[in-house]
Design a protein around this ligand. Structure first.
Ligand code: ATP
Length: 504
């Protein structure tokens, strides 16, 4: 665990040191759970967004994208249920005066039991060596089964209490599980209370309740309220999807874990409108397709898992999270929800406008059902960044820090480095930089010894270093070094653009 904590600290400090992420308003001592993306972070974040947009919009002829305003009519949040029910159940520890989300306390407790199961598996793995069969072990070992039973019971109890909105019961569960405050170490808890997460603001100059606007806590509602506009203007036929990337705001109470939980963050959401009765098939489809998207980034599959929901929101008939193994354990990265016709029906009711679709094949009108895929840009960033950051011990015993980002997402794709700052090498290197610039982000660096420059590029995740040496002037070739293998190969300048493109 200490190791994990160290790793996480390293992620945060590396992100700052190399210009990926800064605390917001830092010279004024920062602003809680708000962060700014620096020069490299912005590149990585833009690349993540483009990669998602390409996969969702460009590669699907029946999905289109929009960009709706952050300010929306206040009744939208009544219709969506956010005014009445977008709450977190909070609990305070009277000794430390720290505030927690009661569901998070319970999840953390469950995570500790999961760790015990992991330890049992590790022990058994050591004992049995290659013959170890994890699946068989976790389904037969008595201690593991006992732990699993505990987890299942807590899950079931928790779901029952949340569904019944039983706050006293939630507190009792926290007491029964013997959960202590991580800061004070005591069980001196207040009652559980509900707290609304939306930020409110005013529009215009009138001080009247009816002018209260909310900063959107999700981008999805901007899609629902534009359903008819897009369907009609784009002549969309069901099934079809509307995608959107944009900022969302939540007054998170327990805002820690860096960019995992922010008060201002960005979402990439897609609402897929389908014929009623086909929604579970489409839910299954998107559940699989979205996981494939994550895997296409090249991070090994064992870092992802599904977490199917026991506690379904009242409008959902299926829901799952794709969880990622962050430095602090498996946590939600993306949600996939089958939302029935809840959203469109509610907006029909609250706006008085009929939000329906005429299905010419069936010759009837209906309110479409919706499958939602919703992923955080910042959480994806954290997943990719924390997984990629490694300290590697090399053959000569030295250690290098390398950021093994998926190549296609790296801020700079290549760095051009003249071996020495004389003999016409800088000029030649500049020529190569300008040759590549129209197609990709390229950095030029001539400062310090070549080894130091390689390390700097490793630390920011640049997949290729292109070194210009004296031979380059005569043979018109350069040495290309691969970030991950550190292998070097000689490539002619003429072939360089094609080589880079095919390896990115
Ligand atoms: P959590 O349970 O972790 O609060 P959630 O279930 O409320 O998340 P959703 O409402 O399903 O999250 O939002 C969809 C996605 O938006 C999440 O999977 C996550 O990637 C991202 N997200 C949600 N809240 C935040 C936040 N405060 N900071 C950063 N990303 C967030």
């Amino acid at each position: 665990m200490a190791n994990q904590e160290d790793m996480f600290k390293k992620v945060v400090s590396h992100a700052k040191e190399y210009g990926f992420i800064f605390p917001s308003s830092e010279i004024y001592d920062g602003l809680g759970a708000v962060y700014d993306y620096g020069q490299l972070g912005t590149e990585l974040k833009n690349n993540i967004k483009q990669y998602w947009w390409k996969a969702m919009v460009q590669m699907h002829e029946n999905i289109v994208g929009i960009d709706s305003a952050i300010f929306m009519h206040p009744r939208i949040w009544k219709a969506s249920g956010h005014v009445d029910a977008f709450n977190d159940p909070l609990i305070d520890n009277k000794d430390s005066k720290k505030r927690y989300r009661s569901d998070v306390l319970i999840e953390d407790h469950i995570a500790k039991i999961e760790e015990k199961i992991e330890k049992e598996c590790e022990k058994a793995h050591k004992r049995f060596g290659d013959a170890f069969d994890r699946q068989q072990f976790v389904t037969t070992n008595a201690r593991v089964l006992e732990h699993q039973k505990q987890i299942d019971e807590i899950h079931a109890k928790y779901a029952e209490l949340m569904n019944a909105n039983d706050l006293a019961g939630l507190k009792q569960l926290i007491l029964d599980l013997g959960i202590v405050c991580p800061v004070s170490g005591t069980r001196n808890w207040t009652d559980v209370r509900q707290f609304n997460l939306m930020f409110a603001t005013k529009m215009g100059s009138v001080i009247d309740d009816s002018d209260t606007l909310y900063l959107r806590p999700e981008t999805a509602q901007g899609i629902f309220v534009n359903f008819l506009n897009v369907q009609k203007s784009g002549r969309m036929k069901i099934p079809f999807g509307i995608a959107q990337i944009g900022k969302a705001f939540r007054n998170e109470i327990v805002a820690r874990q860096f960019i995992f939980r922010m008060r201002e963050f960005e979402q990439m959401e897609m609402q897929f409108f389908v014929r009623p009765g086909t929604e579970l098939e489409w839910f299954k489809h998107w559940k699989e397709e979205r996981l494939q998207w994550h895997l296409s980034l090249g991070i090994p599959a064992e870092n992802y898992r599904y977490h199917d929901h026991e506690k379904l929101a009242h409008y959902a008939n299926a829901a799952t999270d794709i969880e990622f193994k962050f430095p602090f354990g498996f946590k939600e990265l993306e949600g996939i929800h089958s939302r029935t016709d809840f959203d469109l029906s509610r907006h029909s009711e609250f706006s008085g406008k009929k939000l329906q679709y005429f299905d010419s094949e069936l010759n009837e009108s209906y309110t479409p059902y919706v499958i939602e895929t919703s992923i955080g840009v910042d959480r994806t960033f954290l997943a990719i960044f924390s997984h990629g950051l490694k300290d590697e011990t090399l053959e000569d015993g030295s250690v290098r820090t390398v950021l093994s980002l998926p190549r296609k997402l790296a801020p700079y794709k290549a760095a051009v480095l003249p071996l020495v700052k004389k003999d016409g090498l800088p000029e030649k290197a500049r020529e190569i930089q300008h040759l590549l610039m129209p197609d990709m982000m390229v950095q030029y660096d001539e400062k310090d010894a070549i080894g130091r420059r390689y390390r700097r590029q490793d630390a920011i995740g640049t997949p290729f270093c292109i070194t210009v040496d004296n031979d380059t002037l005569s043979d018109n070739a350069v040495t290309v070094r691969d970030r991950d293998t550190m292998k070097q190969e000689r490539i002619s300048i003429e072939q360089l653009p094609t080589f880079l493109k095919s390896n990115l």
